[in-house]
Design a protein around this ligand. Structure first.
Ligand code: BTN
Length: 268
C-alpha cells in the first residue's frame, strides 16, 4: 500500500511528496520551502534514516514506522507559529483514535490515548510519537513552518528516558498508510480550527480535554534544573502552568515532563 492523503486533506488542496526512504522529512520540507514551495504539502516516508528530534536528539524511524512533516507557509509571528505543536498533537491523537476504532471489530485493543505537554502523544501512558516544529522566515515576510510528526507504528526505540511503545505493541495492527491518511485529514481539520493562531483558544481547550496528568503532580526537567508542582493548565501561549508545593504559580516554557516525581519509576 502507498502513503496517500485522506479525502479531507485532498479536498483542502494539500500536496504530497512520498519517499521510499529519506534522511529527514523535516529537512526535505525545509529544502522545498527554500526552493520556492508555497503549497501546503506533506513529506512522508516509512523509513527515515537521519531524523531530527527535540533538543538535538535523533529520531530514526525503522521501515514500517511513519515519519511525516507538513509544510505550511503562513503570515504569523514565530511565537504564534509555535502553538501549532498543540494542533499537531491533537490531530495525531484524533487520527490514532480513529484508526484504533476501526481495528476494534477485528480484535484490536482498547488503548487509552492522551497528550503530554508540550506535544507528545501517549498510548497507555507510554510515548507513541514525537513532534518537532521548525520554522524559517521567507523573503516575503512569511514564515515556512514545518511540523514533523513521528509515529511508532511497528517498533519503538529502547532505552529512552521516557518509556516508548508502538501501536503494534499496544495491540493495534495497522499500517503507516492508515495512520497517515487519518493524520492528514485530522491535520486539515485542526489547522482549520487553529486559524492562523486566532483559534488557539479552541485548540488549547480541546488539547486540555485529552491532557495527561492535569491536576496531578508533575516534575519538569530542563538542563540540570527540576521544577515540581501540580499541572494546572496552559497559558495563552501554550506554556505549562504549575502550582508549586509552596502555592506559587510558575509558568514553564520548555522542558521534559515526568508524571509523579522525577526519579520515581513507573509512568515517567
Ligand atoms: C521528539 O524528539 O519527540 C520529536 C521527534 C520528531 C520526529 C519527526 S519524524 C518526522 C519529522 N522528521 C524529522 O526529522 N523529525 C520529525
Amino acid at each position: 500500500m502507498a502513503l496517500e492523503l485522506g479525502s479531507r486533506a485532498r479536498a483542502a488542496g494539500y500536496g504530497l511528496a512520498a519517499f521510499d526512504a529519506v534522511g529527514s522529512t523535516n529537512a526535505e520540507a525545509l529544502t522545498a520551502a527554500r526552493g520556492g514551495e508555497r503549497r501546503s504539502t506533506w513529506f512522508v516516508t516509512t523509513e527515515q534514516t537521519a531524523g531530527r528530534g527535540r533538543r538535538q536528539r535523533t529520531w530514526v524511524a525503522p521501515r514500517g514506522n511513519l515519519a511525516s512533516s507538513v509544510l505550511e507557509v503562513i503570515e504569523v509571528a514565530p511565537s504564534v507559529a509555535a502553538t501549532l505543536g498543540f494542533a499537531a498533537g491533537l490531530a495525531l491523537e484524533r487520527a490514532l483514535r480513529n484508526v484504533s476504532i476501526e481495528t476494534l471489530a477485528r480484535g484490536g485493543a482498547d488503548v487509552d490515548y492522551a497528550l503530554k505537554w508540550p506535544n507528545d502523544v501517549l498510548g497507555n501512558k507510554q510515548k507513541l510519537s514525537g513532534i518537532l516544529l521548525e520554522a524559517e522566515a521567507l523573503a516575503d515576510n512569511r514564515l515556512a513552518v514545518v511540523v514533523g510528526i513521528g509515529t511508532n507504528v511497528i517498533a519503538a526505540p529502547e532505552g529512552t528516558p521516557y518509556p516508548a511503545t508502538s501501536l503494534r505493541a499496544l495491540g493495534i495492527e495497522v499500517g503507516a498508510e492508515d495512520v497517515f491518511a487519518a493524520l492528514s485529514d485530522a491535520w486539515a481539520e485542526c489547522f482549520g480550527i487553529w486559524s492562523n493562531g486566532r483559534g488557539f483558544g479552541d485548540i488549547r481547550r480541546l488539547w486540555l480535554e485529552r491532557a495527561a496528568g492535569l491536576g496531578e503532580q508533575v516534575s519538569i526537567q530542563s538542563g540540570s534544573s527540576t521544577v515540581v508542582g501540580t499541572f494546572d493548565g496552559l497559558d495563552e501561549t501554550g506554556c505549562m502552568m504549575i502550582v508549586t508545593p509552596s502555592g506559587a504559580r510558575e509558568t514553564i516554557a520548555a522542558g521534559d515532563v515526568y508524571f509523579g516525581t522525577a526519579g520515581s519509576t513507573g509512568n515517567r
